[in-house]
Design a protein around this ligand. Structure first.
Ligand SMILES: Cc1ncc(COP(=O)(O)O)c(C=O)c1O
Length: 389
């Protein structure tokens, strides 16, 4: 673990609470919108020696088993609104997806690269808009993830590339064909869409404000792939008035540790991971999003890498809770935050001390996905076996 002396620089205006409220109000116009549950695990808190543990269960988001469609829907809606010279707030979802807007906006082909959940969000939004989606997957994506995107009507291709190279391929196909790239990571010259995706994730934060009320967390564990989700929530939390900003702990797989490496090098440059073999498929990204690093370099308090076994323990704890606690179905990347916290409390007293986690600590984790890969879930939870990824 690397304790990061965050410099708490100027907060990005893009993550202001009033903007988050506007975006959440827009998400509420989606007919399938429901607040996702915030689950209190009191027995687990007693067992691990903290005051409270809350887990936000994103498996319920729009029936898509992960949080990602919050970002894709906001970005795609915003692109259409810009094309029509209006703002997204004036286009409630039923209007946005109606015939009139479709005719005015014209036919759009959306393209993205994904390790699963983001592509599902793009394919779902495109289907709601009655438009086409092309989704590229990196090599070795499990068939279940591919099928769940295809089922939403997208044209899905599995490449023989890494995630990061698949992103570059999607960008070049978008340029060649005049398709619209909806990518959840940024690079020089490509910032508007990923920023809009990150802003969409703030709806989780707005829901948390009312759900947590006085039980505001002291420590938040946020898992990172390209870092868009973690950075969006970290920036959002820093803007919330009336509550002190919690300690933000960024969690990555040991083998896809681009933020950890970037923080450790501390040389003003981004550093990539060099191998990406983890059961946490959604977190297997080798290159940090510069937009995310810009925020996390100011807002994060620590960067932590965890072994696959810690995520697997997180899945088991959530799936087989102590008496009195509710069950949460959480996939490999979804359970990384809670898994990291349990790993610290059970195995790493020095990390616990460094993070000042004591009996007064109030812990918040986001279970960012449900069981998105049922075969691997069973292999991990039943057999204790980590598949050869
Ligand atoms: C389930 C899940 N959790 C967390 C993340 C990480 O999000 P980000 O890539 O924005 O860091 C992903 C990314 O795909 C994911 O699928």
């Amino acid at each position: 673990m690397l304790l990061w002396k965050s410099c708490h620089g100027a907060l990005s205006e893009a993550f202001r609470t009033d903007l988050a409220e506007e975006i959440c109000s827009w998400h509420r116009t989606i007919p399938l919108y429901r607040e996702t549950p915030l689950v209190s695990l009191s027995s687990l808190a007693g067992n691990l020696g903290v005051a409270s543990i809350h887990v936000k269960d994103e498996s319920f988001r729009f029936g898509l088993n992960a949080f990602k469609a919050l970002g894709a829907s906001h970005a795609m809606g915003s692109i259409i609104a810009r094309r029509l010279g209006t703002c997204l707030g004036s286009l409630p979802f039923p209007v946005l997806t109606g015939k009139e807007i479709r005719e005015r906006a014209g036919e759009i082909v959306w393209i993205t690269a994904t390790d699963g959940n983001h592509g599902r969000g793009v394919a779902w939004t495109a289907r709601c808009l009655h438009q086409k989606a092309v989704v590229l997957l990196p090599a070795h994506t499990v068939p279940e993830r591919l099928k769940s995107i295809e089922a939403l009507g997208a044209r899905v291709t599995m490449t023989d590339l890494t995630y990061d190279d698949t992103v570059r391929l999607a960008a070049s196909l978008a340029r060649q064909n005049g398709w619209v790239l909806v990518q959840d990571t940024a690079w020089e010259g490509y910032e508007t869409v990923p920023l809009s995706i990150m802003q969409g994730y703030m709806t989780i934060g707005i829901e948390l404000i009312s759900q947590l009320a006085d039980l505001w967390p002291s420590h938040v564990f946020l898992q990172a792939g390209v870092g868009s989700m973690a950075a969006a929530l970290a920036a959002f939390l820093a803007h919330v008035q009336d509550h002190p900003c919690p300690k933000i702990i960024i969690v990555e797989p040991e083998s896809a540790d681009c933020f950890y490496r970037t923080a450790a090098a501390h040389d003003g440059r981004l550093h990539n991971a060099d191998s990406m073999h983890s059961i946490m498929a959604g977190l297997c990204c080798g290159e940090p999003s510069p937009l995310a690093w810009d925020i996390l370099s100011k807002q994060a308090d620590a960067f932590l890498t965890i072994p696959d076994s810690a995520a697997a323990t997180g899945m088991r704890i959530l799936g087989h809770p102590l008496p009195g606690d509710s069950r949460i179905q959480s996939g490999e990347s979804g359970a990384a935050g809670l898994g990291a916290f349990a790993w610290i409390m059970r195995n790493n007293p020095e990390v616990r001390e460094a993070l000042e986690i004591d009996t007064n600590a109030r812990i918040l984790c986001i279970s960012t996905e449900g069981i998105t890969d049922p075969d691997n879930y069973r292999r991990i939870v039943w057999d204790g076996a980590y598949p050869d990824v």
